[in-house]
Design a protein around this ligand. Sequence first.
Ligand code: PRP
Ligand code: MN
Ligand code: MG
Length: 179
Amino acid sequence: MQNDIQEILISEEEIQQRIRELGAQLSIEYAGRTPLVICVLKGAFIFMADLVKVITVPVEMDFMAVSSYGASTKSSGVVKIIKDLDVPVEGRDVLIVEDIIDSGLTLSYLIELLQARNSKSISVVTLFDKPAGRTVNLEAGYTGFVLPDEFVVGYGLDYAERYRNLPYVGVLKPEIYSN
Ligand code: PRP
Ligand code: MN
Ligand code: MG
């Protein structure tokens, strides 16, 4: 275990098993269609990479970078587009891939944006959900794990850009972010 981690909440094996299940469900949902799978950078990049490998329908992919947390553990409430999509979403079945839904601000902003661009359908898959953090009423169609109201890192989730590469999800030692 990485030295800054106090406790592993979800192991690498549990994560990979759940992603295989989500991939199987999404393959049924999108049978006969070619969804445009949108990765919300940066946090979702590891989940995206593992998820698309276990989806069996043809997919197209694009990447969008947004940020609301910066180097803080609290959402600023303002969602910034760092990088927009390269391809048009008009008429497309869009699948948004997120690592985590907390307040819901990032996703509600994105969903409104993609609706305004006339996507045909929008569905959301998130690996983690923290319902206790919600300030806007929003739920993903597909959720991997529900998390307790604790600040966690790993598998894409960062604290000040670090720990995204951990293959599991864990709780940081408090001294790491209290100073
Ligand atoms: C994190 C996470 C989600 C969002 C969830 O991203 O990856 O995108 O916050 O929080 P919310 O539901 O309260 O909006 P962050 O803004 O930290 O950017 P990052 O993905 O680059 O780490
Ligand atoms: Mn993010
Ligand atoms: Mg972040």
